[in-house]
Design a protein around this ligand. Structure first.
Ligand code: UGA
Length: 339
């Protein structure tokens, strides 16, 4: 099959390209504004096209037309951006993605849409089930939710096309994927910016504080990026995945952010032989991200739907963070992804 991946240069995209081109079954074309995370990922079955989907309508259409499967990963995914520039999030994560949906409809292409676990919103309690859980978002004054709202509406439009019979699609909802090439590093003491792994990793490298937003009592369940790549292959090959939504997550890795800071310090000591004596500094969500931030207490996946297709996450919490930290301890890697 010939796949085109929009957003191939991001964290999920670069790891997916690396995974897909390893066996020569598929041909992959990747498009993105930057290719630094793709450094060293090469093969005769991979072509990179540099460009911004927002400014390249004709090129995007050609790439869709020339492919069998379209994988759409184009999105802002850092909460600090939802708070700072909510309209940019709507324009990229909804309007631009909608154009790709429309092109898939027009050219009869199968679409893999990467959505988000954040569409489930605020309820904390039972694990989220794709076709049963309610999607509950906070007030408009908390602009963080423009991200989940944009992604949710996009999912609803894709689903409606499936019902009308003019689009074959699969929607995936990632639950806190972690691994090599994650986000970007920040200077000591920086707030906002990337997601929690990148902040804690930066703190370990600079000796700066590890911020615990609202005390770090929130929980997340993290998923090794290689487990996610394997899930993609199964979804690509399973007829049952057509016109369905799947959580990709690991329910066994649920941890509070407070405990995550301790875990990352411990793994850092194990890998480097150096003690990590970073201060754990409690900060409010408003101070860390700005006003308009609101959080989810727990984000827990139910994965029975994907497990029924033969997938299960194989890497435990420690392995997941060990692999991600080890990657970022390589100075050459660090230099290439900073900034
Ligand atoms: C983000 C995106 O908004 C989701 O769409 C996406 O699915 C998810 O990442 C993901 O990686 O899958 P979130 O889980 O809130 O959602 O991501 P983080 O920014 O990593 O925050 C996780 C928790 O850590 C939050 O409670 C946040 O307040 C906290 N945090 C973050 C800290 O305590 N300290 C930090 O330095 C950074």
């Amino acid at each position: 099959m010939k796949l085109v991946i929009f957003g191939a240069g991001g964290f999920i995209g670069s790891n997916l390209v690396d995974h897909l081109i390893a066996d020569r079954t598929h041909t992959v074309v990747g498009m993105d504004i930057a290719d630094d995370k793709l450094e060293g990922i090469e093969g005769p079955n991979f072509t990179f096209v540099k460009g911004d989907v927002r400014k390249s309508d004709r090129l995007v259409e050609e790439l869709v037309r020339d492919s069998d499967v379209v994988v759409d990963l184009v999105a802002y995914a850092n909460p600090s951006i939802y708070v700072d520039t909510p309209l940019d999030v709507f324009e990229l994560n909804f309007l631009q993605n909608l154009k790709i949906v429309d092109l898939c409809v027009a050219h009869g292409k199968r679409l893999f849409q990467y959505s988000t676990s954040e569409v489930y919103g605020k309820p904390a309690g039972d694990a989220y089930v794709e076709d049963a859980s309610d999607l509950i978002l906070g007030p408009i004054s908390k602009q963080r939710w423009i991200y989940a709202c944009s992604k949710q509406l996009l999912e609803r439009i894709i689903h409606a096309h499936g019902l009308r019979g003019d689009l074959v699609h699969t929607i995936v909802r990632p639950f806190n994927f972690v691994g090599p090439r994650f986000d970007y590093l920040v200077p000591a003491g920086a707030t906002g910016g990337p997601r929690v792994f990148a902040h804690f990793m930066s703190a370990l490298l600079t000796g700066g504080p590890m911020y615990l937003v609202d005390g770090g009592e929130q929980h997340r369940a993290f998923t090794h990026i290689q487990d996610c790549n394997e899930a993609f292959t199964i979804l690509l090959e399973s007829p049952e995945a057509k016109n369905e939504i799947f959580n990709i997550g690991n329910p066994e890795t649920d941890i509070s952010i407070f405990d995550l800071a301790a875990l990352m310090k411990d793994i850092y000591r194990e890998l480097t032989g150096k003690e990590a004596d970073n201060e754990l500094r409690v900060i409010s969500g408003e101070e860390f991200y700005g006003s308009g931030y609101e959080d989810m207490d727990r984000v827990a996946p139910d994965i029975s739907k994907l497990s029924a297709l033969g997938w299960e996450p194989k890497r435990d919490l420690r392995t997941t963070f060990r692999d991600a930290i080890a990657f970022h301890l390589d100075p050459k890697v660090r230099a290439s992804i900073s900034g």
